[in-house]
Design a protein around this ligand. Structure first.
Ligand SMILES: Cc1cc2nc3c(=O)[nH]c(=O)nc-3n(C[C@H](O)[C@H](O)[C@H](O)COP(=O)(O)OP(=O)(O)OC[C@H]3O[C@@H](n4cnc5c(N)ncnc54)[C@H](O)[C@@H]3O)c2cc1C
Length: 424
């Protein structure tokens, strides 16, 4: 007779929720390959942890991909409000900030992780770190045990139900190396194409862009094959040949998909979205009249951070024109274009090392949405980033992990209870 009823693999936010929830009804073992649980959770939100977003479902669903309605049953079982209440009870008071984003009052992601670990331990979960699952052992359509490497020794641990919560492929140094995808595929599940998402984009042939510059209150339009596909307003960062920051990340998912389909991708940057073109023209003309002998660089310095002046001049083809007096109408036109519609061709994207999430995963068509149980293996459940669910920045990804973890843990426990009733 196995010592544990439910074995949860991976102690990220999804695995912790699954284990703690399952432990309300049965004996649970939580296996984590790293030296401590939830390494990724501890660095979320730049160390502050954007736990969730207070959007109602009708607004929330617009941020979930690829098919939000398949996530709905999990969200309804453990919603953003339920999560906030749960965390408060677990000793993590939260605060809502701009964009309806929720953070711990302490602004410490560590506090969220530590509270979850304390909670699973109070629930009676046996948590074992340094325990890497290397294989799922199956018999027909059932998993019977997992093979675990612990301190150089390999042992087999049997259980009645199993939850795979091993995360995606992004930030592999935190322990998420895509193990769950391999196991799921080996036993017949479809893995939808995996790719980094919420990731920096590479600019093709940039005119010596700044090594480190953050622009605030700018707008970016994503162009796919020359046509506007999406738009975002806020903050972005130039880092040499790459662009990063919240609005780039927000557009990156669609940009990556388009690049992978061989489409032409560009970002159109409006540095002055608060001003109309007419306002810009009037202001430029006034400033030019004030001093015709000033250099164009000095003029642009009034409009742009210093490190962006030369790249802008290069982009507008103004390298050789020295003073404002020598500017032609066509030059002025090009300056306005650079200020309001600077087109940055995108040639690539960052790797999993720096991607916030992995898009793709265990197909949602291979699990029952109301339980997250596999349609192929009768006692196997999936939770978190292992599933083909991902989201925008803003707290939505952690809500996916928490909601699916809760549902998978609860379902695994119920599965055992029913199974035990059937066989006794
Ligand atoms: C830098 C960064 C910042 C982020 N900030 C935010 C944010 O503020 N808000 C937000 O909503 N989302 C954020 N995210 C995304 C969010 O962290 C993830 O979506 C979430 O952690 C996924 O949870 P998970 O439990 O599914 O997987 P993970 O957190 O990846 O956890 C998986 C766990 O499984 C373990 N594991 C893997 N393989 C094995 C194995 N073979 N045996 C045993 N254990 C194994 C891993 O070690 C890991 O502990 C951020 C991500 C990154 C990288």
């Amino acid at each position: 007779m196995p010592a544990f009823d439910v074995i949860v693999i991976g102690a990220g936010p999804a695995g912790l929720l699954a284990a703690g929830e399952a432990a309300r009804q049965c004996r649970v073992l939580l296996l984590e390959k790293m030296e401590k649980p939830a390494r990724k959770l501890r660095i979320t939100g730049k160390g502050r942890c954007n736990i969730t977003n207070t959007d109602e479902w009708s607004a929330f669903e617009a941020h979930i991909f690829p098919v939000a309605r398949l996530f709905r049953p999990a969200f309804m079982q453990f919603s953003n409000t339920a999560l906030v209440r749960f965390l408060e009870e677990a000793g993590v008071p939260t605060v809502e900030e701009r964009g309806r984003r929720v953070f711990p009052v302490s602004s410490r992601a560590q506090d969220v992780a530590d509270a979850l670990v304390r909670w699973v331990q109070r629930q009676g979960v046996a948590l074992r770190c340094h325990s890497e699952v290397t294989r799922l052992i199956t018999e027909g359509n059932t998993v019977t045990a997992v093979e675990v490497r612990h301190n150089g020794q390999v042992q087999t641990v049997a259980g009645h139900a199993f939850v795979v919560a091993t995360g995606g492929l992004s930030y592999p140094a935190t322990g998420s190396t895509g193990d769950g995808f391999r196991w799921a595929e080996d036993i017949g599940h479809t893995i939808t194409p995996l790719r980094p998402s919420l990731v920096a984009l590479t600019i093709a042939n940039p005119p010596a862009l700044p090594e480190s510059l953050t622009l605030r209150n700018v707008s970016l339009t994503l162009l796919i094959d020359g046509r506007p596909a999406d738009e975002a307003f806020g903050e972005m960062t130039f880092a040499g040949t790459t662009v990063d920051g919240p609005i780039v990340l927000r557009l990156s998912g669609r940009a990556v998909d388009a690049l992978r389909q061989g489409k032409r991708v560009a970002l159109r940057l409006n540095i002055k979205p608060a001003l109309s073109e007419q306002q810009i023209v009037r202001r430029l003309e006034r400033e030019m009249n004030e001093s015709a002998r000033q250099s164009i660089a000095a003029l642009l310095r009034r409009w742009l951070p210093a490190s962006l002046v030369m790249p802008c001049m290069a982009q507008a083809g103004l390298g050789s024109v020295k003073t404002v007096a020598r500017l032609t109408d066509a030059d002025l036109e090009r300056i306005i274009t650079v200020l309001t519609a600077w087109e940055l061709p995108v040639s690539g994207y960052g790797g999993y090392e720096r991607a916030i999430v992995t898009a793709g995963g265990v197909s949602m068509h291979d699990v029952y949405h109301k339980t997250l149980r596999s349609r192929i293996i009768e006692n196997l459940f999936f939770a978190g980033e292992t599933l083909d669910l991902n989201a925008d920045t803003g707290g939505y990804n952690l809500q996916i992990a928490f909601s699916t973890g809760y549902l998978a843990g609860k379902s695994a426990a119920s599965h055992i209870t029913h199974h035990t009733l059937r066989i006794t």
